[in-house]
Design a protein around this ligand. Structure first.
Ligand code: DC
Length: 244
């Protein structure tokens, strides 16, 4: 059985035997997770892992290979093949598939439209959760990990768990700006559709896990969210230090 099938199993220890400090950040598409997580990791000298980019990279590869992304059995059968590597420097995160830099194409419309069905396939999730746990175990200075199931499945023992969201119209405006697109209505429809699939799937649905702090950024600037999250992380680090 893959360790990803068991939410309680994760490689929690580094080679020195200590536990990497994990900030688990989940939330809806376009809630500002990536900008927030990168800025917090940079401020605090932590590594950064964008797990959404991994689901996107897996999807990009399936499309390149001509796999029918709406056929879960076909996706499952090929999910072990691509070699995905994520660079965890928050000032310049990278993602490659079989050595090819895919940072740009994974943000395009083709991947936007296909990633949610690919992310519902349990074999894809098991493979990527294993990869994510290995990255966490190697992050000896601590790591900020963003996604949908980080606090619930990937790192359920994380000392900081956050759930970031904002109302769909605000998220669509931000995403459309980021992606250079002008069609805010189409972006909002696409976000809502991804939210529905992400929240409704059987394996590791997007959910607010026990102990997570919910942050609604609708009326907050990025700077305000970053300040808030940095404060929560520093508080937790002090608490962790005080207990040891
Ligand atoms: O965060 P994002 O929009 O780049 O995520 C892309 C897709 O991947 C989205 O449909 C949710 C899915 N995803 C997931 O299912 N689990 C994760 N840990 C991260 C992303």
């Amino acid at each position: 059985m893959s360790s990803a099938d068991d939410p309680q199993t994760q490689p929690r220890t580094t080679s020195e035997g200590s536990t990497p400090f994990v900030v688990a950040v989940d939330g809806t598409s376009g809630s500002g997770k990536s900008s927030t997580c990168r800025a917090v990791a940079q401020r605090l000298g932590l590594a950064y892992l964008d797990t959404g980019a991994q689901y996107r990279a897996m999807t990009w590869w399936m499309l390149e290979q001509g796999v029918d992304v709406h056929d879960p059995a076909a996706v499952a059968a090929r999910s072990g093949e691509p070699d995905l590597v994520s660079g965890t420097d928050p000032s310049a995160p990278t993602i490659t598939v079989d050595g090819t830099d895919v940072s740009a194409p994974i943000r395009g419309d083709a991947v936007n439209g296909a990633v949610s069905p690919v992310a519902t396939v349990p074999e894809v999730r098991a493979r990527l959760v294993d990869l994510q746990r290995a990255t966490i175990a190697a992050a000896t200075s601590g790591i900020v990990v963003e996604g949908r199931d980080i606090g619930s499945t990937v790192a359920p023992d994380a000392p900081v768990k956050l759930y970031l969201t904002a109302d769909p119209a605000a998220r669509a405006r931000r995403r459309a700006l980021e992606e250079g697109g002008t069609d805010v209505a189409a972006t909002e429809a696409s976000l809502r559709s991804r939210d529905a699939i992400d929240s409704g799937r059987a394996t590791s649905p997007l959910t607010i896990t026990d102990g997570a702090v919910r942050i609604d950024s609708t009326d907050l600037t990025l700077e305000q969210v970053v300040d808030l999250v940095t404060g929560l992380v520093e508080e937790a680090r002090l608490g962790a230090g005080a207990r040891t």
